[in-house]
Design a protein around this ligand. Structure first.
Ligand code: FRU
Length: 500
């Protein structure tokens, strides 16, 4: 017979055991429910959209980002802030630029903008240099935008604290929509150049300055490209041409409509020359070229002042305004793409944008999986070749009937990603989709380099000639991969977790 003491001890241990099991169950379920990627940047909590003010300074890559400190949908726009030493592991810092009331009592949100390292051309630096940010001040009342102009803020402690310039704004042409300044140092003419947009006129304006506080209009660019949706977040930079030794061309990229139509947002680019005054697209270039055919890459801009002059690194927002406020993530909403390295390649008479995962990404590799065909995981890197004359591909995030397919249609010569069976798709009618991008086979093959970081999928095809970024919210626990059709050279690596 059990005495009362042993009975009590038994009860207690049963109770403890059931608590313990509950705990384990929560720990296992949480990542599935949260849909938080492991090595893509996400804010610690709440909403984010565009990356802002990308700049390298004193050993740190800064990532500012459009941020709502108070909620899980767009609003109260401020600049969130994080720093990194390798573009993969991010340290979260306090909000850099919060929304505020200006002297006139106007509610001012901090919209997208840029950060530069100023060697005191502004006279605002306490030492030899400092960080200067120029952003769009969005003046609003009762939920209505009234006015947009460009403000300046500066930091003398590596971006940890910021002061608003006391003579703001630095550029105001009296428009309701006038935004997203990107500034860079134009070495050939020794001046600062700013590009920004008049969104509803589908127009990029270029300005110059010697001190970051006074700006003079240089020229305008427009009347071309895809104007089915307002233009936002322009950028202008020079890229090397991979297959023309020593050659560089200027690229103007911006955000607007999507190749699948103006229900969605996407990015386009123009290739030509910039002489310090005017950007002119080359005659041979098509009127419209898209950066991506995936649905989840928007508002991409490139880093300023990178240490190695040999590369240009872009980060975009891995989401789409069509359904962005509804994606079923828990605890945060919105993520940044993997940083990518940009260059150009001459294909026939046309310069094409080439995008590759940053070289630092190899450090994410953990072990290579021996039985690659049976691999499973939320964080995987995959390489494989698809035979271009048959229909072949790979299913990912697979379990039971759920899967996301990445494949090649040999008849239409298109790479596609199909997320119509990818798990949670009903949170918005515009989410479920099959997206397609034209890709030519090389020596009878299409090479795919894939990064999976649930819920983000990035597919780099044929050494960066096409990229597809998509989110897929797989609800189940399986996360298997399954090649189909004629595929060869499959390699799969488990990837380490970096950002949190
Ligand atoms: C692009 C954008 C920008 C604007 C910001 C506001 O996604 O609309 O034009 O500055 O987001 O959050």
């Amino acid at each position: 017979m059990m005495n009362t003491r042993s009975l009590l001890a038994l009860l207690l241990s049963v109770l403890l055991l059931s608590c313990e099991q509950k705990k384990t169950a929560t720990v296992e379920e949480k990542p599935v429910e949260e849909y938080r990627p492991a090595f893509h940047f996400t804010p610690p909590q709440n909403w984010t959209n565009d990356p802002n003010g990308l700049v390298f300074y004193d050993g740190e890559y800064h990532l500012f980002y459009q941020y709502n400190p108070y909620g899980m949908t767009w609003g109260h726009m401020s600049w969130g802030h994080a720093v990194s030493k390798d573009l993969l592991t991010w340290e979260h810092l306090p909000v850099a630029l919060p929304e505020f009331l200006n002297d006139k009592g106007d509610s001012t949100m901090i919209f997208s903008g840029t950060t530069v390292v100023d060697n005191n051309t502004s006279g605002l630096c306490e030492g030899k240099d400092c960080l200067v940010a120029v952003y769009t001040a969005h003046i609003h009342k009762n939920g209505e935008g009234l006015k947009q102009y460009e403000n300046l803020a500066y930091s003398n402690d590596k971006g940890r604290t910021w002061k608003q310039y006391d003579k703001n704004p630095v550029l105001d042409i009296g428009l309701k929509d006038f935004r997203d300044p990107k500034i860079f140092w134009h070495d050939a003419t020794k001046k600062w150049v700013m590009v920004l947009v008049v969104p509803d006129k589908f127009k990029v304006q270029l300005y110059e300055s010697t001190n970051l506080t006074q700006w003079k209009l240089l020229s305008e660019f427009g009347n071309t490209g895809d104007a089915a949706k307002i233009w936002e977040c322009p950028d202008l930079y020079q890229l090397p041409v991979e297959n023309e030794q020593g050659k560089k061309k200027w690229v103007l990229s911006l955000s607007g409509s999507h190749p699948a139509g103006p229900r969605f947002v996407g990015m386009q680019y123009f290739v030509g020359e910039f002489d310090g005054n005017k950007f002119i697209q080359d005659k041979n270039q098509p009127d419209t070229s898209y950066v991506e055919y995936g649905k989840d890459f928007y508002a991409g801009i490139v880093y300023n002042h990178l240490p190695a002059e040999d590369r240009t690194v872009m980060i975009g927002w891995a989401n789409n305004w069509a359904y962005g406020n509804k994606i079923p993530t828990v605890g945060y909403r919105g993520a940044m793409s993997l940083p990518r390295e940009l260059s150009l390649k001459k294909v026939g008479p046309v310069y094409k944008l080439i995008q590759k995962p940053i070289r630092e990404a190899v450090a994410l590799r953990d072990e290579e999986i021996k039985e690659a065909g049976q691999a499973a995981g939320k964080q995987l890197e995959i390489e494989l070749d698809l035979a271009a004359d048959t229909d072949a591909g790979i299913k990912v995030f697979k379990s039971g009937d759920e899967e996301t397919s990445i494949g090649y249609n040999s008849k239409t010569k298109e790479l596609f990603i199909d997320r119509t069976k990818s798990g949670k798709i009903d949170f918005h009618p515009d989410f479920s989709s099959i997206d397609r991008v034209p890709v030519d086979g090389k020596d009878g093959k299409v090479h795919l380099h894939i990064f999976l970081d649930s819920p983000i999928i990035e597919v780099f095809a044929n050494e960066g000639e096409a990229v597809v970024t998509e989110t897929a919210f797989a609800a189940a626990n399986g996360f298997k991969i399954e090649p189909y059709g004629n595929t060869t050279n499959l390699k799969v690596w488990k990837l380490k977790s970096k950002s949190k």
